[in-house]
Design a protein around this ligand. Sequence first.
Ligand SMILES: [Fe+2]
Length: 251
Amino acid sequence: MFNFFSKKPKDGGKLFFSTDIHSHVVPGIDDGSPSLERSVELVGKMKGWGLEKLIVTPHVTQDTFENTPEIISEAYGALRSGLDEAGIAIETDYSAEYRIDEMFVEQLEAGQVRRLHGDFLLVENSYIQEPYNIDEILFQISMKGFRPILAHPERYMYYYDKTERYDELHGKGILFQVNLLSLAGYYGKEPKKIAEMLIDKGYVDFLGTDLHRRAHTEMIDKYLTTKDYRRHRESLEGRIMNDELRGVSPK
Ligand SMILES: [Fe+2]
């Protein structure tokens, strides 16, 4: 029943951008959605937030999720058919979230990595330690003609006591994608604090849902009704580049 006393934000829990560039809703090939049915449900939620395009990004991680272009393409095809059958009208494309490791370097050398859109490539660090040769690999990525976007820099704990690394990496042209879930406080106080610091420094180039599961949709639903969200939105609206990745990729 309609509640006259509930205070709903002006946009009814909508995002202020319409393109998401990071999620794990391709069924069955990483730690995200386990089934096509769940994938369709999760994408339905994302559409409800006002998202009109999703570039979905399964993990490619050595020893854990050794996804090849063929595996990703096949599973993505199943997702696309499932969405069509369910009548969920939303633009989709696929890429991957590449962990910076030996497998990634091999795929990069073999021309097997798939760009996010245009020249962009979504990469992530290990959570345990910064890759020892990160600068060299970032250089190799750029030599291959890609612009690296570092996924959730606010989640790498080893940067918390040397935040100058954010200045160095961003200063070299590495773009930063912050997770909505970090801003929502889902991973704890520190990632949220660092995410807000990155906003203040003007280093947040993209936002992403990094959606894996139902618990994430519930957290984002809640976040979209908060004052924090309105504050973050004020800082980031018109600054992030998500919606530059609309339409068909130029490459
Ligand atoms: Fe991710």
